[in-house]
Design a protein. Structure first.
Ligand code: NAD
Length: 349
């Protein structure tokens, strides 16, 4: 059925987009990937990859030309550290990307359009305790998302609904709950909790320093969904006739302290947690999967233990490579000093 469908994945240089390109190719789609940057950790499997800035309508029109289906994943985003500090930038960039991609899809008569929304649309007042009630899709209203990131997602959900009603563009809306896996950002400030935890535990293991920092008291709760389940859920939703927003996540609630312990168990080390000030987001958040099961006749399958093990292995390799590179560089500098040759530091300033 998917054979011959021409799909556009926006954000194909990012974590979910990169995996989605590969997944759609395996299902027989022809795929165009678009992003402002190439994927960081592995070459894209797309038939065609274009570097475009989707804040610009002209670039969106180019991206959607001769396309049957759009998977709209591009966004200026990151983990809590990033989202809680860049409200104006996130709102401006993501509103431009979302509105222009939708409008270009309409002009180019795209048949189906899937929008990547987020659990961040849910109101803050339902997420004030760690032992939260899982969030149902209708709980998004009355609206009070915590951050500008969530407000933009909510507005674009509405835009999808109106483009469907007014222009006949078949839209699908998926609300991801904390997707994680290999080949995602793991350092630099945009990484999310599972990747950050894997990096901290891997560093603890490889440097023999068991102390890892946790933002807040670690009792804030979340549920986490492995990338393979996310991909299958996306395709099932796109092929369905369901046009309302749908949660896509697991409904296993864990504290950040438990996430740290599970990661340490995968790494095979004992850790010491040091609690430090840092952005924590809402106090608790879980996905109610009643409608997901009902609509897709399916729900995520990969356990947190299994998904974390796969993610941890990849991140430990990245941390090891980075530590080796730093060691080599410091050895080179020491050698240069011994031989009296100026190293790059001497030229600084
Ligand atoms: P990501 O940051 O890895 O990927 C997003 C990509 O969009 C990046 O490669 C970025 O370069 C690209 N992009 C940003 N601005 C652009 C522009 N102007 N033009 C073209 N490309 C641009 O994020 P991800 O984790 O892969 O998330 C994909 C989508 O899913 C996003 O819309 C995100 O909001 C949503 N989402 C993700 C999660 C999660 O847990 N990963 C949770 C909820 C929602």
């Amino acid at each position: 059925m998917s054979r011959g469908i021409k799909a556009l994945v926006t954000g194909a240089g990012g974590f979910i987009g990169h995996h989605l390109v590969k997944y759609l190719k395996e299902q027989g789609y022809w795929v165009r990937g678009v992003d402002r940057k190439l994927p960081q950790y592995a070459a894209s499997g797309a038939d065609e990859f274009r570097l475009l800035d989707l804040r610009k309508l002209g670039d969106c029109v180019q991206a959607t030309r001769d396309i049957d289906e759009v998977y709209a994943l591009a966004a200026d985003m990151g983990g809590m550290g990033f989202i809680s500090q860049h409200h104006a930038r996130i709102l401006r960039n993501n509103l431009l990307i979302s509105t222009h991609t939708l409008e270009a899809a309409r002009r180019n008569r795209v048949q189906r359009y899937l929008y990547a929304s987020s659990a961040c649309v849910y109101p803050e007042y339902l997420q004030e305790r760690p032992e939260v009630t899982a969030l149902r899709e209708e709980d998004a209203y009355p609206a009070q998302p915590q951050d500008a990131y969530g407000w933009e997602k909510l507005v674009t959900e509405r835009a999808c609904q109106h483009f469907r009603e007014d222009y006949g563009l078949e839209t699908r809306i998926v609300r991801f709950h904390n997707i994680y896996g290999p080949l995602g950002t793991w350092q630099g400030g945009r990484e999310k909790a599972p990747a950050a935890m894997c990096r901290k535990v891997a560093s603890a293991k490889l440097t023999n320093n068991p102390v890892i920092e946790i933002w807040g008291d670690g009792e804030q709760t979340r549920s986490f969904c492995y990338i393979d389940d996310c991909l299958e859920g996306i395709e099932r939703l796109m092929r369905s006739d369901y046009a309302e927003p749908l949660n896509l996540g697991t409904d296993r609630l864990v504290t950040i302290n438990e996430l740290a312990d599970l990661t340490a168990a995968v790494a095979g080390i004992a850790i010491e947690k040091k609690y430090v000030a840092g952005p924590q987001g809402v106090r608790g958040r879980n996905s109610d999967n009643t409608r997901l099961r009902d609509v897709l006749q399916w729900e995520p399958q990969v356990s947190l233990e299994e998904g974390l093990a796969r993610t941890y292995r990849w991140i430990e390799d990245q941390v090891r490579l980075q530590l080796n590179r730093k060691l080599l560089a410091s050895q080179r500098r020491a050698k240069a000093r011994r031989h009296g040759t100026p190293d790059e530091q001497s030229f600084a300033g």
